[in-house]
Design a protein around this ligand. Structure first.
Ligand SMILES: Cc1cc2nc3c(=O)[nH]c(=O)nc-3n(C[C@H](O)[C@H](O)[C@H](O)COP(=O)(O)OP(=O)(O)OC[C@H]3O[C@@H](n4cnc5c(N)ncnc54)[C@H](O)[C@@H]3O)c2cc1C
Length: 441
């Protein structure tokens, strides 16, 4: 039973930052309330494998209550935080139709980021995001349905549009998704739709003149070569102008007929930052002190994608998992040091480098910003690291088994079209094939 005289720390968000903050506070003399609108933690680096039929959703998600099953001072609440009163130190949570008001002594905001459509309403309603597990399942359902439709269409132009997949964004998510989609077709769908000759195109569009912007040039070039060897069409210096239900228009006048555009070209901070009433930094991130307290709100700490903090070179810390984890730990430690009357510490990032996988035996890795790997070695490193980082033995074992199975059999067994209201069947406007369906056959 919670003792009322203990400091109460509320953490909003059970992603990487929030989870590591809560773990650091576990078994400490404080009461912790961890709130998330989902009852599970998502391992985002493998979302694209769910979307491309390689993994089952449950293999990359872990129930929050299970994580803290044996921790008596951490409680979990399923709900969406919608308002924040920093003067009275109260937050409001909407949960299953009810509203709860929860007080805090210290607050940790770890609500991450959302897809950034840069104000383009046509893009938002005619594209697929890949930000959470629901997005991945919606995209998987949609992709599989396009092939089912294509199989029975007698209109070649419509059929080609159904089997043309455009991914926008030359960062790791764009690359990984493009590579995995080509493999899904080359190794699996190609054999199963054997009576049909599809002109499948997977197009990766990037506005700048290179993929993987922060990587060295040799790895950027290696990424393009590896993608092209799989069949991905890489279009650099190409900018989306607008998107309709029929396809994507580029700024240079080109038009790509497609019913599937995956938008992986931008994120911005979660809108919860607006509730603080302070001027926000780039991408809507909340400016924080080196100790991770929000500027102007000394009892509120902000971590992960939501926090805006610059490194010694004056660059903002990237929106990456290691940043979120390390900030989550430090915010929790700083709160404990404050409670104990000790000095707080500044954030120092331990950066181990960057990795992106492109497909079977294809990847690039830049370890400790010194060692450059590509091909099989980078791929093996990526696989091992992600297995270690996954939460829970069952998930690790299951993902390892799925990978071995997929590798040996060239199969992708998670190819069920699973629809239920509000999840598997995107809003009509979001399903780019709707318009075309009425005109075929
Ligand atoms: C497809 C994809 C692939 C990625 N791959 C990599 C990778 O390979 N390596 C890497 O380092 N980074 C990767 N990232 C980035 C990484 O996921 C983020 O940097 C990291 O998750 C940030 O952690 P966070 O704690 O700030 O937010 P998150 O992990 O996003 O957690 C935010 C949590 O807050 C909850 N939440 C949000 N708003 C509310 C609210 N109002 N009320 C209650 N709960 C709320 C959400 O449900 C979520 O659980 C990837 C991201 C994506 C989308």
């Amino acid at each position: 039973m919670a003792k009322p005289d203990r400091p109460r720390i509320v953490i909003i968000g059970a992603g990487f930052g929030g989870l590591y903050a809560a773990r650091t506070l576990a078994k400490q003399p404080v009461d912790v309330l961890l709130i998330d609108r989902r009852n599970f933690h998502t391992f985002t680096p493998l979302l694209y494998q769910v979307a491309t039929c390689g993994l089952d959703p449950s293999e990359i998600a872990y129930p929050v209550r299970t994580i803290f099953r044996d921790v008596s001072n951490v409680r979990f609440m399923l709900g969406e935080v919608t308002s924040l009163d920093a003067t009275d130190q109260i937050i409001e949570v909407q949960s299953d139709g009810a509203t709860y008001r929860e007080s805090y002594d210290y607050l940790i905001l770890a609500t991450g980021s959302v897809t950034n459509y840069f104000g383009m309403a046509d893009l938002e309603s005619n594209s697929f995001g890949l930000k959470d597990l629901s997005d991945a399942v919606v995209l998987r359902n949609h992709l599989l349905k396009q092939f089912e439709r294509a199989a029975w269409s007698h209109d070649p132009a419509y059929r080609d549009a159904l089997t043309t997949i455009v991914i926008v964004g030359g960062g790791p998510t764009g690359l990984e998704t493009a590579g995995a989609l080509c493999e899904l077709y080359n190794y699996v769908l190609h054999k199963e739709y054997r009576d049909h000759t599809f002109a499948v195109r997977v197009i990766l569009i990037e506005a700048s003149d290179r993929l993987l912007a922060p990587y060295p040039e040799s790895l950027q070039k290696a990424a393009v070569t590896q993608l092209e060897s799989l069949g991905v069409e890489v279009m650099l210096e190409s900018v989306i102008d607008h998107v309709t239900g029929e396809g994507a228009y580029l700024r240079d006048g080109r038009f790509i007929p497609t019913r599937t555009l995956v938008w992986a070209a931008g994120v911005k901070a979660s809108p919860i930052g607006d509730l603080l009433g302070v001027p926000l930094g780039r991408a809507g991130r909340v400016p924080v002190e080196q100790t991770l307290e929000a500027i102007g709100h000394e009892r509120i700490y902000v971590v992960g994608d939501l926090a805006y903090l610059e490194n010694e070179r004056g660059e903002p810390y990237p929106m990456l998992i290691p940043v979120a984890k390390q900030q989550g730990v430090l915010a929790a430690q700083n709160i404990m040091w404050r409670i104990q009357g000790e000095a707080q510490k500044s954030f120092h990032y331990t950066d181990r480098g960057l990795m992106a996988t492109i497909g079977r035996r294809r990847a690039v890795a830049w370890l400790y910003y010194r060692v450059q790997l590509q091909g099989f070695m980078a791929w093996a490193t990526w696989l091992s690291a992600h297995l270690v980082w996954l939460l829970g033995f069952r998930n690790r074992f299951s993902v390892f088994f799925s990978w071995v199975w997929n590798y040996l059999t060239y199969d992708r067994s998670v190819r069920i079209i699973l629809e239920h209201r509000g999840l598997g069947d995107p809003a009509q406007g979001n399903e780019m094939s709707t318009t075309g369906l009425t005109t075929v056959d």
